[in-house]
Design a protein around this ligand. Structure first.
Ligand SMILES: NC(=O)c1ccc[n+]([C@@H]2O[C@H](COP(=O)([O-])OP(=O)(O)OC[C@H]3O[C@@H](n4cnc5c(N)ncnc54)[C@H](O)[C@@H]3O)[C@@H](O)[C@H]2O)c1
Ligand SMILES: [Zn+2]
Length: 382
């Protein structure tokens, strides 16, 4: 089959790779109908990565049709149209039983292969071969989906592919951020990063009762989209005094919840980042910690792949902040989000700014990386 593969530092290619096969009785094979780029992919693309090999198939967010079913699968049959959650999870371990699928103990095929000093990523995720369990991703014609009863979800009939695909990763990630922030009625929420994940965090915060949602970025078209579709108030960090605006718009206290949903800086060389001492630039994280009201909550979804320097730990402790990290969504919210899509309460298709055949995957990723032509997500059809 054809798949979009990592080839070398800075190079992607559509290549012929072996068709996936059922390996375990709880697997299904899905024929992909849509797959989307994601901010989490960008650090994997731009340079060397110790856990990427030529031929690794990328893609964490995808949707497709079940074409083969293992004998242990109960909930799915051939022909089902399913969204597959980005996190791979067994459904039965201590973490999964609590709904924390992104921490699943059994979904990493080779936890010893994860770098213990770096991200300590020992859970599973599609399209992060070796780094997160060894699972080929969705930028392909077919994907093997392990634990299919846990990680694949029937798409309601009225929800089309272009909307449903974001039920795999961006929508549950945004919901998780709002939930970790315990966003509730009357809250003021600030979000750094107006990509798909930041925008869907804004949507989730409003649904959970936030009275004001402020979103920070520098891309005008993304900020406008967040305002139009998610009721967020846009702040452009090139123009606005972010600290002052956040204070003014939260009664002088600072936002109750601050969410960092920025992408990893795309222009920095990954040879620097992973070759030697690797230190991320935590500007947004620092701003969020300083801006948050006393005893508020800071949720970090992305933007830091490893270590940070100059983290304002004093501000965090003195001001009694709570810090949450989440690098991947759980699966438990996916059916609820699909249901809201079916009721037209959650609309996501506008995020698919660029629709391309999978054969033009490298071009789609270049648009997405450069945020060219207003690209928020490139969505591929095999
Ligand atoms: N926790 C999860 O479950 C989960 C799931 C998917 C993605 N992510 C992570 O969430 C992040 C966002 O994902 P995305 O797909 O929306 O990414 P994206 O790359 O499309 O968007 C990131 C946005 O952040 C903005 N940004 C960068 N630096 C900033 C700064 N200092 N201040 C304000 N804005 C800044 C960029 O301009 C961009 O618009 C990524 O880091 C990704 O790895 C987390
Ligand atoms: Zn598990």
């Amino acid at each position: 089959m054809r798949a979009l593969c990592w080839v070398a530092a800075g190079e992607l290619g559509v290549r012929e790779v072996p068709d996936p096969e059922l390996r375990n009785e709880r697997d299904v094979i899905v024929r992909v109908r849509r797959s989307a780029t994601s901010g989490g992919d960008l650090p994997l693309l731009s340079g060397r990565h110790p856990l990427l090999r030529a031929g690794d198939v990328l893609g964490a967010e995808f949707l497709g049709e079940v074409v083969e079913v293992g004998p242990g699968v109960r909930r799915h049959g051939v022909g089902d149209r399913v969204v597959v959650g980005a996190s791979v999870a067994c459904g039965g371990c201590w973490y999964c039983r609590q709904g924390r699928h992104s921490c699943c103990d059994n979904a990493h095929a080779d936890p010893a292969g994860a770098d213990p000093d770096w991200t300590r990523s020992d859970a599973g995720c599609f399209g992060r071969p070796r780094l997160a369990g060894g699972f080929a991703g969705g930028h392909a014609e077919y994907v093997r989906v392990p634990y299919a009863d846990v990680s694949a979800f029937r798409v309601p009939d009225g929800v089309d592919d272009d909307r449903a695909v974001f039920g795999a990763d961006a929508a549950p990630s945004g919901w998780l951020a709002a939930e970790l922030g315990a966003v509730g009625p009357g809250d003021v929420v600030a979000i750094w990063g107006a990509g798909a994940v930041g925008q869907l965090t804004a949507w989730a915060a409003v649904r959970r009762g936030a009275t004001r949602v402020l979103i920070v970025d520098r891309h005008e078209e993304r900020l406008q989209m967040a305002e139009r579709h998610c009721d967020a108030e846009p702040l452009d960090y090139r123009r606005d005094d972010i600290a002052a605006e956040l204070r003014d718009r939260s009664g002088g206290r600072g936002p109750d919840v601050c969410v960092v949903a920025v992408g990893a800086p795309p222009t920095r060389s990954m040879a620097d980042r992973f070759g030697g001492r690797h230190v991320d630039r935590p500007d947004a994280l620092r701003e969020a910690v300083h801006a948050c009201r006393k005893s508020g909550v800071v949720v970090v979804l992305g933007g830091t792949a490893g270590f940070v320097d100059a983290f304002p730990l004093g501000s965090l402790t003195e001001r009694r902040l709570t810090l949450h990290g989440a690098g991947r969504p759980d699966l438990r919210d996916v059916p609820m989000l699909l249901d809201r899509m079916a009721r037209d309460e959650l609309r996501t298709e506008h995020l698919a700014t660029h629709r391309l055949p999978l054969a033009r995957g490298p071009e789609g990723y270049a648009l997405f990386r450069d945020r060219a032509d207003g690209c928020v997500r490139a969505v591929f059809t095999p």
